[in-house]
Design a protein around this ligand. Structure first.
Ligand code: SF4
Ligand code: FES
Length: 388
């Protein structure tokens, strides 16, 4: 199928290097090393192709995107191309000089991630001592520099009780938007599901807190809330539907409809080194196979929500059923919905230890949760590859 609209956004994973080691990182278990990353000139060409293709928003992410020495040059070119440029960052590598350079290069928005409100727990979860304090400092400098700020709190059973304070902190820091985002259980998140999936009681309390805050902060702070699929009865439209709105480019140049698609067997994801973005978007098997509704099995095929949620998430369907073309088990109508209910039941047990994200640590971890994957509970050492 090639009658797609132009993509809205490009997610550029510039690198997998990161000083933090969050156990729910959206990067794949097998992280790319710096030698395999696209060089500056290739990213610049990709941004040009993206703008020509009709992309409006560019999300620079990683790993930690500011671990790349060329980050300012990349932002400058994106800005010249009139791409709305958002930097998704842990913030710990951005000093005043880099912030000034990024603002001068035309950066429009910073999405700053927080691991918790409590500094000790935040640093434990991120695996980076002193990280929380650096983030607080950066947030103030970002708003002073006149850049738009979104504070992103990733929540799970080990920090979920502090949602009201997280929202208050976001406002105090001058953020225009706060995102309370439950962990999504793919890749590292799925490995750590026994440590992170909240109980129903925890989730209900957090949801009530968000509802109350939406009332009291109305007109002052936008509050986004991403709930975990495990407690849903219908899935989310992952990425706005496969190959419908977003392109994701891995550090090596592989182009995918989402960040997690590398796990799907039977796909060859094309590289920007070999094909144009336009060709990949409109004609590659990788983008067309699950685009639209023709590929859908029942019950999706005859469901009136099929053009609302687009059958949910292909990566979640594969991770939980072994078949990417099945209905997302998050849907209560899915034949495999039971696997979600079982995980929810298991969440009532004591949480497991965290497995931290580290280059090289993913080898052998692609096992289902609870199957005895290696784990570690102590604060790990700083990750490799902080510098570019
Ligand atoms: Fe969505 Fe398919 Fe469930 Fe209908 S049956 S709600 S289209 S996942
Ligand atoms: Fe790949 Fe949802 S994360 S389709």
């Amino acid at each position: 199928m090639s009658n797609a609209d132009a993509p809205l956004g490009l997610i550029a994973e510039l690198t997998h290097r990161c000083p933090l080691q969050c156990p729910y990182c959206s990067n794949p278990l097998e992280l790319a090393r710096s030698a395999a990353e696209l060089p500056t000139e290739e990213w610049l060409r990709v941004f040009e192709e993206a703008a020509a293709l009709g992309v409006l928003q560019l999300h620079l992410t990683g790993g930690e995107p500011t671990a790349r020495r060329d980050i300012v040059a990349l932002v400058r070119r994106a800005s010249e191309l009139r791409l709305y440029t958002n930097l998704i960052t842990s913030g710990v590598l951005i000093d005043q000089a880099m912030l000034d350079a990024l603002a001068g290069a035309g950066l429009e928005h910073i999405q700053l991630s927080f691991q918790d409100l409590d500094p000790a727990n935040a640093d434990r979860i991120g695996g980076y001592a002193g990280g929380h304090a650096k983030k607080l400092e950066l947030a103030e400098r970002v708003t002073r520099a006149g850049l738009a700020l979104t504070a992103n709190f990733v929540v799970h059973r080990q920090n979920l009780g502090r949602v009201p304070e997280m929202i208050r902190l976001a406002e105090a820091l001058g953020a225009g938007r706060v995102e309370i985002a439950h962990v999504q259980y793919y890749g590292w998140g799925l490995v750590n599901r026994p440590a992170l999936l909240p109980t129903r009681a925890q989730l209900d309390e957090a949801t009530a807190a968000v509802d109350a805050a939406r009332e009291s902060f109305k007109g002052r702070l936008a509050i986004d809330y991403v709930v975990p699929d495990y407690y849903a009865t219908r899935p989310k439209a992952c990425m706005g539907g496969w190959g419908r709105r977003m392109l994701n480019i891995a550090p090596t140049g592989k182009v995918m409809p989402c960040h997690a698609a590398e796990i799907l067997p039977g796909f060859t994801f094309p590289s920007v080194r070999e094909a144009s973005l336009s060709d990949i978007w409109y004609h590659s098997d990788a983008f067309t196979r699950f685009r639209g509704t023709d590929w859908m099995p029942e019950p999706c095929q005859s469901c009136d929500r099929r053009e609302i949620d687009w059958g949910g998430c292909r990566c979640q369907a594969f991770a939980l059923t072994g078949d990417a073309s099945r209905t997302d088990p998050a849907c209560a109508l899915a034949p495999d919905h039971q696997v979600m209910l079982e995980a929810v039941r298991e969440s009532e047990a004591a949480p497991a230890d965290l497995v931290y994200r580290r280059i090289g640590a993913g080898t052998g971890l692609a096992k289902p949760p609870g199957s005895g994957a290696a784990s570690q509970s102590a604060m790990p050492q700083e990750a490799d590859g902080v510098g570019p």
